[in-house]
Ligand binder design. Structure first.
Ligand SMILES: Cc1ncc(COP(=O)(O)O)c(C=O)c1O
Length: 354
């Protein structure tokens, strides 16, 4: 792999005690171009602006997909990547849905390992902090035609991020909406496509104006079944069962979701991936069987839900604290990520940067 090192690191300008999510980028980035039916030479170069033409197809026809994953400081000269193979598998599923080329696992892993070695000082060291990794692929052909692009760019950029819960757990408040839907069966909901996010901002803004953190999406056909939240999957602990909506093409298959299900099953808990109606959630609260509600996603790992609003009704959960089950799950996943407990699942991809 061709590597052009940055001549002057920007790291001395960074205050690692005040990291704003997604605002600061490490010194290097990975880049590869797809042209003439094949990925060309992979390259690492200093992070910086790229030039493109206004006719670049991604801007017009939306062939743009991405991933979001993290690397964790796991002791001197060791960085843990969390489930990178699964993130690549999801990226390639997104690529297929949008008629984009797939990325090879060996190229992806080598790119990540080289980036970790070069930008190791950017991996923040305090507990809870991490290096956020953003792979992104987009159509780069210059052509105003609503068709599949013949050229693509793939980048990996990285960004040191703060501990999500540095000021304590802050349960989120959610509201459903009857006005908007996120995804329909057969659409692009299960792909991590840039356009899915663009379409979710207006509903999120309206939820925000009403005092809610995020939208709790319901299915598009009946507005009845719970799907997911803006950037996380949702779990309900009802009685002694852990329930999460089934993946039927409209929900993003979260890597954290998959990890939560595996751990819960391993602990002997009964788990169900099935349709769960918003009425069932409210009924279980009324009958006293709803114990905990939490979201799961790369950013926060586990996010307790404190309130759910649906058609004028309000479900009040614990608005101050994280539930004991969600806490146990949070600790189990994060201690694997930081290498504090042995990884018997094969989720950790350690990188020796020494
Ligand atoms: C729409 C959506 N759902 C769920 C998730 C959670 O997925 P993961 O656990 O892979 O971060 C994300 C975040 O990537 C997301 O954007």
């Amino acid at each position: 792999m061709k590597i052009s090192r940055s001549t002057q690191s920007r790291i001395s300008d960074i205050n690692f005690d005040k990291l704003e999510f997604g605002r600061i980028f490490s010194d290097h980035m990975f880049q590869i171009t797809y042209r003439d039916g094949a990925w060309q030479e992979p390259e690492i170069l200093p992070y910086g602006a790229i030039t493109f033409h206004p006719s670049m197809m991604a801007l017009h026809y939306g062939q743009a997909i991405f991933e979001g994953m993290k690397a964790y400081y796991a002791g001197e000269n060791r960085v843990n990547l969390f489930r990178p193979e699964d993130h690549l598998e999801r990226l390639n599923n997104s690529a297929r849905r949008l008629c984009m080329p797939e990325m090879e696992l060996s190229v992806f892993i080598e790119a990540l390992e080289e980036l970790m070695k070069l930008d190791y000082p950017w991996v923040p060291r305090k507990i809870g902090q991490a290096l956020y990794i953003r792979p992104v692929m987009f159509a780069s052909e210059e052509y105003l035609a609503a068709k599949v692009s013949a050229e693509y760019k793939f980048f990996i950029i990285t960004s040191p991020v703060a501990a999500y819960y540095s000021e304590g757990f802050n349960p989120v408040s959610l509201t459903t909406t009857d006005t908007f839907v996120r995804a329909v069966r057969g659409g692009t909901g299960e792909a991590k496509a840039a356009g899915n996010y663009g379409g979710s901002f207006l509903p999120a803004q309206e939820a925000g104006k009403k005092g809610f953190t995020q939208v709790l999406w319901l299915d598009a056909l009946e507005l009845k079944y719970v799907e997911e939240v803006g950037t996380m999957n949702i779990f309900f602990l009802i009685g002694d069962k852990l329930i999460t909506p089934k993946l039927e093409g409209t929900v993003l298959p979260g890597i954290t979701r998959r990890s939560v299900l595996s751990l819960a099953r391993n602990w002997g808990l009964e788990t169900e991936e099935r349709k769960i109606s918003i009425d069932e959630v409210f009924d279980s609260a009324e009958s006293g069987t709803l114990r905990e509600v939490f979201g799961a996603g790369t950013a926060a790992v586990i996010s307790p839900v404190g309130r759910i609003h649906h058609r004028g009704k309000e479900l009040a959960l614990d608005t101050q604290n994280i539930g004991p089950f969600a806490m146990k799950m949070f600790e189990a996943i994060t201690s694997l990520q930081y290498g504090k407990t042995e990884d018997t699942y094969g989720w950790i991809h350690p990188v020796d940067v020494g």
